[in-house]
Every structure is written in structure tokens, then in C-alpha cells.
Design a protein around this ligand. Sequence first.
Ligand code: CA
Length: 230
Amino acid sequence: MSGMKVLVVEDERRIAAYLKKGLEAKSYIVDVAHDGELGLDLALSEQYDAIILDWMLPKLSGIEVCHRLRQENMHTPILLLTAKDEVTERVAGLEAGADDYLPKPFAFIELLARIRAITRRPKQTKKELLQEGSLSLDPNSLQVLRAGEAVALSKKEFVLLEFLLRNKKQVFTAESLTERVWEYDSSVLPNTAQVFMGYLRKKIDSAFPNESPVIKTVRGFGYSLDGDTS
Ligand code: CA
């Protein structure tokens, strides 16, 4: 476990010093920030294996720091500390992107166990770009490009296109698409998949007449995404 780099963001200097000393004794490399703003700056500019983040902080709260980091696509594991053990707070913390939550006061040994647990999780890696011909979909930035031009899709159209790109050349009936892409959506109608396939085709194929179409209709059966012109 040695050599891991941890950022402690805690305004109570006594607690911050106690954590730094304890973690260093366990061979962690520790940086400390005493307010949310500096904590965010450090977290964005340095590489940490984990961040211990107090909830109540001057300048920027722990929740705000957490939120901003996740917005910036930083997936460093975050352990949130708070004075209260309220379910609503815990939920808010996890929603803001924290990996775990520890109410104060805590035993150092418990904090250590939590840090070990969250750093053991596989890091969220960047998802790879999905492509077919001149069509590309980036699951990280949520951007869809066709022949270098951005295509604006609704959330559902995006999900549908992502599904088709991940299952290229397979043929899906409208019914199976509805099952796989809409799952538990109660607003779904029998022709929903057909309607959305129509929208998608318009936006990624019909709007680009110089490109070879990627959405294929398999007559009487269903759809597939396949850039082959043969
Ligand atoms: Ca505090």
C-alpha cells in the first residue's frame, strides 16, 4: 500500500495534521489543503490515488468540490467526511460523485479501511470512441460526429445509437430494440423503436447524402448498423 498519494482537504487543522501523520506512518504521501478552493486546485493539477474531503469547508464545500471534479471528468476516488450521519447527506454526497462517506468522529483504522477499499476499485477508464465509417460517437464527451460535423441527438437517440454501435452488424427487430434500449420505460409504445430509428436515420444518414448510409433495414425483419455498401 505504500507510495499512494492522498489529498486531505480539511479546514480543522488539528484533524488535518492527525490524518497526515497517521497516513504518512502507513507510507502514504499526503498533501493537505485547508479550504475547498485550494483543495479543488490541487485535485485538478496533481495526480492522487484518493481524496479525503471534508464536507463543511471554507470557500467551496466538499460537495461542490466533488461535483466540480466529476464534471471535469476526474475519477479519483473520494471519501467524504461529515459531522452528521444523515441519510439525506449521505445520498447527496454519493450523488455528487463521492465513492464513500464517513461520519465524524471516526477511528483512524476505519478511515484507513475505507481508503483501502475505494482505492482497490478498478479505476474508471476512459471509454473508447465508437465508430462506423464517417460516424463517430464519444461516450465520454457525448459527442456524435458525422463526416466531421457535430450531430445533435436527444438523449434517447444517443442511447439507441450507442447500443447499435456496440452491436454492429447484428440485426434487431423493433421489438428487441425496444426491450434492450427502453427497458423499464413505461412511456414506451409498440412503435417507439421504429419512430426513433426514423429520427436517427434522418439525422445521421439522410442529412449526409454524400456519406454511405450506416443504418440498414432488413426488410420484414428489423434494423442493423452496418457501414458496408455491399
Ligand atoms: Ca470542516
